[in-house]
Design a protein. Sequence first.
Length: 202
Amino acid sequence: MIKKIFYPDGFSFGSDVEKCVKIDENTFYKKFKENKYDSYIKTLFILNLLKDEIFVPKVIKTNNLELYISYCGNLVKTNNLPNDWESQLINVKKTLQRHKIIFRDWGPWELNPYVINNICLKDDQLYFIDFGDTQYAEKDFIEDYFNRKIRSIKLVLNYGYLYLLFHYVRRFIIMIWRKLKRPYNLLLLYFICQYLKFKNFL
């Protein structure tokens, strides 16, 4: 049970998808949420745009928020990355730079950095599987984004369990910073500090 939670082969749902399931060795099914029609359309557009590329699944059938695509294997882990994983990612980067688009939300998973989120592996080929957050981007931004993700994967590979300390501390700081960037949270923090001063705790 714990292994399935921390080392998942895939996710049965997502932020824009209410159901994901493997049909057979060749077919995978996704059902998008009704309020995520934009993600559904974006996914169809990207899959059509990149239909001749090897690193994305092929569309088999579509039907009103439902998407049948080729099965691309399980989520890749750092312990089963193919030998040419970096060159594969660099080739993906170059393709996206030509189209001026960027796939977001992939790389070492926040909960367990030994799992590479939103990239699957089948027959030593890496496949990107989530396109709902795809954005327009210039070449330099795509270059920097991919370089940072590749560097993160290398850190996990090189430092193993020692990387966990850095990873979780970093994620905690990022979480706090995101909360504090919201104006109402800053205001709340101010009133809390004032209250603590009034109570002589500060």
